[in-house]
Design a protein around this ligand. Sequence first.
Ligand code: ACO
Length: 423
Amino acid sequence: MRDLEGDVEVRAVTEAELPGWVRAAHAGFLHPLAGISDEAVAHARARGDIGRTQGAFDRGRCVGTYRSYAQELTAVGGAAVAANAVSAVTVAPTHRRRGILTRMMAADLAAAKERGDVVATLIATEYGIYGRFGFGPATSVTEWTVDVPRSGLDPRWSGPSDAGARIDLVDGDGVREFGPELHERFRAARHGAVNRDQWWWLRNTGQQATPEHPWQEPFYALYRDPSGRVDGLVAYRATDDERSDTRQPVNTLTVLSLTAVTPAAERALWHFVCSVDRVVTVKSGWRAPDDLLPQLLPDPRAARVSGHADWLWVRILDVVRALEARTYAGSGALVLEVADAAGLAGGRYRLEVARGGGAVCAPTRQEPDLTLGVGELARLWLGDESVARLVALGLVAEDRAGAAAEADALFRTARRPWCQDIF
Ligand SMILES: CC(=O)SCCNC(=O)CCNC(=O)[C@H](O)C(C)(C)COP(=O)(O)OP(=O)(O)OC[C@H]1O[C@@H](n2cnc3c(N)ncnc32)[C@H](O)[C@@H]1OP(=O)(O)O
């Protein structure tokens, strides 16, 4: 094997190298290479900071891609923390398992730490890739498939029951007008959510279509409360088909996204998508694992879990700021011994939570209550994982009897974290 440390150069790409970088990213993700368009390159240019777009080059040819950009992640309690969002990670099949990703990751995380980002985030294609870099799976998603006739919902339903509330179909302009403010309200209220920049709204309403990714406009519907305020938005697609022998409809409606900031909006939008004529199956898309959907149906068994997966992976870069950014249930103090092989965030920290949820965290020399890796801390930080479970799995050591239960009482959250975006 050649000495690739010597042969392969890892660095920020130049503008002139972007077409080769886009081609390498397509190849790495097994996306068709045919006719990679000028638009795709222009989007890669517009999407992010070229200084945060890395390439690996072997004799001038791009064989690795990696990019990060500024993101805000909602911590428990609603504060937005600065996140380094990692995306477009590929290494050419000819150059895998020789440490190229490791080099790109090390450079990017060091820069993020230097910049003062609190965490790094990503959505992993495979479970086994990112744990070694200190990331932990911090949110998960569930998909339900609803058998509409079995659901018990009133098929004659004709709109929200709150007098004056309404649902209207809109086009992409309507989504761009009302969606951003709605999402801001949503993410302030849901830990695990991330911000959406203008680029996101353009791309997700067809303004950034490319020949290789043509746009097919979905259906959009807005929910307005009786005062006219937009409290919900759903995007969906549906098939139009029927059994040839009986002419019975067999159509499936697939929810692409459903954002609601009040229970009334959430209930009305689910009822709406389950009452579209000729639709017999509704696929929910990736939802929070504690989504209200099944329990909104008179017969929750009509909603079958059809998928479940880890989603947002988090890498804590600054333990003090991460732990102080969130709120906690109850009060108490814990000393955490955090191991970080990369040397970015490890150390022994004392977390003290006052009644009311305000927290102070600082390095300490006191004896630890719990010993854990930085990836396990990420799993706990957004409130989804239980310390007791990680102790049982051998992933957290309980150094003081009772500390796991105390930590769970502080860290767990009433609602589960949810990131509804992919990046
Ligand atoms: C946020 C995102 O963009 S997710 C997208 C991830 N990319 C893809 O899925 C595209 C297809 N895959 C790839 O391009 C590559 O396999 C990558 C980018 C995942 C890995 O790149 P590589 O340069 O091969 O990784 P690198 O050599 O640095 O591996 C470091 C370690 O991780 C391990 N590793 C790498 N990829 C995987 C994997 N898919 N599953 C399990 N272990 C892995 C390696 O074996 C190595 O372990 P070691 O240190 O014990 O020897």
